[in-house]
Design a protein around this ligand. Structure first.
Ligand code: ZN
Length: 426
């Protein structure tokens, strides 16, 4: 089972990386200024000349790039190359407003496949593996992103895409897929289906790679136990290539990220100040080599930290911690900031609670109320589990919650992302 190793002592030497990144940054900003009318205007307006930005510290004065800007410039207003260099576009789902279109050059597509190849290699996938790719294809980055990496590595892609669980399981069993890629919700759904049908023995799975949503240790443990596999967390976002910019390694200490391609900063999501390695805040990414749509200080809204420690796996790449939640998912209740990741952590340490939960916020007579709707594992006394949960939340997060228990298997499992926070306050 994947347990985070907390006994890391050797600290990571950031000095070489920082020097290299600062050199790359100078070139990147110079190119951006010359090739992107959008950014040239933006930097001019901020009174910044490319030569002003030489260090990480200088970078702090550069304005952020937001998803809203990508939307406002829809469809291709931020493209930084001429049309003939673009070989493909992807789009992120527009749950609110216009979608975002990201153009890729040939180099971008190849670099993305290379980063994905590194991810797969990091977790131990080899050219003899058969990799079932269940994320969606099409405008979405996930399916094709994984497939390109699998092909670059020389493994066999089984590109089933999402849905049609019966067919999915048939392929998995007949082709003896060894690696399963998907969202964690879908991984859980498939694993439960495999148990329900009693077909675990006909499967050859050994690894699972799950991304595109934050998932708790409890969910992870459940998938691992159900399928008898080791699982890895992968990170990425459409705006920055897609999945594959950071991945968990077999030591499970954090997610290694490709610092030769991407510059990671952590900022305080409220004051927006740059924070030091080790401090928790929002991840901000600057692309160092991306051509089609380079991004300068892109706000991901994902909450994590750059880890200070060197990984025991010996990788030369630094790590971020697992994503704790989104700064815009952060809920403020009774004056306390809460990330869903913190709830996951407490639930993981509370016996009898399943991986699935919902957080419901209501307000009555001006008073906030938080209710946790929990699934209770079979064989546990709901009242006891509920009392323990209230106590643990109070001691770890400092807030009083009400708990509502439901039987195991009753909360929705989805093929995409599970919605967990329901803020019903006006
Ligand atoms: Zn490692």
């Amino acid at each position: 089972m994947a347990i985070a190793n907390s006994e890391l002592t050797e600290s990571f030497d950031f000095s070489d990386i920082l020097n290299r990144q600062q050199e790359q940054l100078k070139v990147m900003i110079e190119n951006l200024y010359n090739n992107s009318p959008y950014y040239r205007q933006k930097l001019d307006q901020a009174g910044i000349k490319p030569a002003d930005i030489c260090t990480m510290k200088d970078l702090a004065q550069v304005p952020f790039t937001t998803k809203d800007e990508l939307r406002r410039t829809y469809p291709m207003g931020m493209m930084a190359v001429s049309e003939e260099k673009v070989v493909r576009i992807h789009s992120s789902s527009g749950t609110t407003g216009k979608p975002v279109i990201i153009p890729y050059t040939r180099n971008d597509v190849q670099m993305w496949a290379e980063m994905m190849r590194r991810c797969l290699t990091t977790v131990g996938v080899t050219n003899t593996d058969r990799v079932q790719v269940t994320p969606g294809y099409g405008l979405w980055t996930a399916g094709i992103g994984f497939q390109a990496g699998v092909e670059k590595l020389g493994a066999m892609a089984v590109p089933t895409g999402p849905g049609n669980t019966v067919k999915q399981l048939e392929m998995m069993s007949d082709l003896k897929s060894t690696v399963l890629i998907g969202t964690s919700s879908y991984g859980l759904l498939l694993s439960e289906e495999i148990l329900k049908r009693g077909i675990k023995e006909s499967m050859a799975l050994r690894l699972g790679i799950f991304g595109s949503e934050r998932w708790g240790d409890k969910m992870r443990a459940r998938i691992e136990e159900n399928l008898d596999i080791e699982t890895f967390d992968i990170y990425g976002l459409t705006e920055i290539y897609g999945p594959g910019i950071a991945i968990d390694c077999p030591q499970h200490n954090g997610l290694h990220y490709w610092c030769d391609q991407l510059l990671f900063e952590i900022i305080d999501p409220v004051t927006k100040e740059q924070l030091s390695p080790g401090e928790q805040g929002e991840l901000v990414i600057t692309t160092l080599t991306k051509e089609g749509l380079p991004l300068l200080r892109y706000r991901t809204h994902d909450i994590t930290r750059i880890k200070l420690e060197k990984c025991t796996c010996g990788s030369e790449y630094p790590m971020i911690g697992r994503i704790l939640g989104r700064s815009d998912d952060m809920v403020k209740i009774k004056g306390v900031n809460i990330y869903p990741g913190q709830i996951d952590h407490v639930l993981k340490n509370t016996e009898g609670v399943s991986s699935e939960y919902q957080l419901i916020l209501t307000r009555k007579q001006g008073k906030d109320k938080m209710t946790l709707r929990l699934e209770i594992d079979e064989g546990y006394q709901p009242q006891t589990v509920s009392d323990n949960c209230v106590r643990n939340i109070k001691s770890k997060i400092g807030i009083l919650t009400e708990v509502e228990t439901v039987p195991y298997g009753t909360l929705p499992r989805s093929e995409k992302k599970s919605k967990r926070v329901f803020d019903n306050r006006e």
